[in-house]
Write a protein that binds this ligand. Structure first.
Ligand SMILES: NC(=O)c1ccc[n+]([C@@H]2O[C@H](COP(=O)([O-])OP(=O)(O)OC[C@H]3O[C@@H](n4cnc5c(N)ncnc54)[C@H](O)[C@@H]3O)[C@@H](O)[C@H]2O)c1
Length: 441
């Protein structure tokens, strides 16, 4: 193996593409492979198939310096790389179990193309025990004497901050069972200044699931408290502040609202519950986490109905469709469930999102999309705030204009970004979650 190992990244989605370009930026030669030929075509034109701040610029830079090459050629990716990162999707089956079929296909493909030692690294989020399956699969198809190691190096990046998180992670988890694998991974991350935890593979796999499940639990916990606040006239934002000062608790992930979504938390909570239960541990806590999260849509829709009674033929403006700000990702976004409910009620939906409308249009071609946030509001009966993009923040909105445009100045806020104290004097009715609402009786 050369001094500077060459890297192959298999699966160029939100995680794989960021992984590939950041390793290229660190000076490694990276081949990136995906089965989606549209993705590869776009990448060859130095265009990013996803929106992530700074990604397209970095993609261009590393392709111009010949450090990153996207390719449809899986065989070549395996044969020309010393280290292979598996970054394919790991979706959920209907029973909550993780679907690892893409991981299995990649493992089999690697086995069939093995040409000398490879370090095979799982970066996709997988349940504990998956590395063992990868190892068994490689041996099954490449023979008992195949020269390889499997490692777990889970990814913790946040969409919307992915590049920053990859260059400045809170920690790097390295799950290995050989010195060779350990040294290779430590070399890859040499230039990244972060605590590096070298652990066994099962521990590494559990660290990832436990971290995501814990964050989801924090969100559901504060949402549970939000319901009590709402019924007793308390303010969940202030409760969260009061809790957050305690360093043992921390303020992050204590924002009550419409609940978590995205491609990770919902599926990881389910997968962790599944694997925990399958191994005989009591993981019922996570059932509640999911149940509370699902109920947030009902709470939100209760507010919409409390404000408007019936929705049939009423014009509803929706601000924000992505599952969180700074991404075009709508996977398991709360907006999907809300829009479905609004459609069932017969509402006339006018939606705006800075980046996610193209993706949303594929799911909901028949609702109205507008090019700026104010266009959604003309004659609207209510504004529903679903995603807290910067441009929806109080300082970035002209509320006089909002009021003038709307038929009835009602705001239902799924992210608690506004306040009664501010909106009531301007003549708005305001419905936050777990906080005082201002409503004219
Ligand atoms: N998105 C996140 O914020 C995030 C963060 C941490 C971890 N993860 C985990 O990383 C993994 C990937 O997530 P993602 O969001 O990047 O998914 P994604 O769906 O955006 O990307 C997966 C990619 O893999 C490709 N692929 C599937 N099978 C393939 C094969 N056989 N060969 C080559 N390419 C193949 C798909 O075409 C797709 O482009 C998941 O396990 C996820 O849980 C995601």
């Amino acid at each position: 193996m050369k001094d500077n190992p060459s890297i192959g990244v298999i699966g160029l989605g939100y995680v794989g593409l960021v992984t590939a370009v950041t390793f290229a930026k660190l000076g490694f030669r990276v081949l990136g492979n995906d089965i989606d030929s549209n993705k590869i075509d776009l990448l060859k034109q130095k265009k990013s198939p996803i929106y992530e701040p700074g990604l397209e610029e970095l993609l261009k830079e590393v392709m111009d310096s010949n450090l990153f090459e996207p390719t449809e050629d899986f065989q070549r990716t395996v044969r020309e790389s010393d280290i292979l990162f598996i970054c394919v999707g790991t979706p959920t089956n209907p029973d909550g179990s993780p679907n690892l079929v893409y991981i299995e296909e990649v493992a089999r493909g690697i086995a069939e193309n093995l040409n000398g030692y490879k370090l095979i690294v799982e970066k996709s989020t997988v349940p504990v025990g998956t590395a063992r399956w990868i190892e068994r699969t490689i041996k099954l198809y490449a023979g008992k004497d195949a020269d390889f190691d499997v490692a777990s190096n889970p990814e913790f990046l946040r969409e919307g901050n992915a590049l920053h998180d990859t260059f400045n992670p809170d920690r790097i988890v390295i799950g290995v069972e050989s010195e060779r694998a350990k040294n290779l991974l430590l070399k890859l991350y040499e230039k990244i200044d972060a605590p590096k935890l070298v652990v066994d593979i099962n521990t590494a796999e559990i660290i990832k699931h436990a971290s995501n499940a814990f964050l989801a639990m924090k969100i559901s916990f504060i949402n549970m408290v939000a319901d009590l606040c709402e019924r007793t006239g308390a303010d969940v934002k202030l409760v969260a502040d009061g809790m957050g000062y305690d360093r043992r608790i921390g303020r992050a992930f204590l924002n009550a609202g419409i609940g978590y979504g995205g491609s990770c938390f919902p599926k990881d909570v389910r997968a962790f519950h599944y694997i925990g239960t399958k191994n005989g541990a009591d993981f019922s806590l996570l059932e509640k986490v999911e149940q509370i999260n699902n109920s947030r849509i009902d709470r939100f829709m209760d507010h919409v109905k409390e404000a408007l009674w019936y929705l049939r033929n009423k014009k509803i403006a929706v601000w924000g469709l992505s599952f969180k700000p700074n991404t075009d990702d709508i996977r398991e976004a709360p907006s999907i469930k809300v829009v479905r409910r609004l459609m069932e009620e017969g509402a006339d939906i006018h939606a705006y999102d800075p980046k996610a409308m193209d993706n949303f249009r594929k799911l909901f071609p028949d609702i109205n999309y507008v090019d700026n946030k104010y266009d959604a509001l003309k004659d609207a009966h209510a504004l529903l705030l679903i995603t807290e993009w910067d441009e929806f923040m109080p300082g970035n909105v002209d509320f006089e204009k909002v009021k003038e445009l709307m038929r009835t100045p009602i705001i239902v806020d799924g992210r608690n970004i506004y306040d009664c104290e501010f909106l009531e004097p301007l003549g708005f009715e305001y419905y936050p979650m777990g906080r005082k609402k201002c409503k004219r009786e």
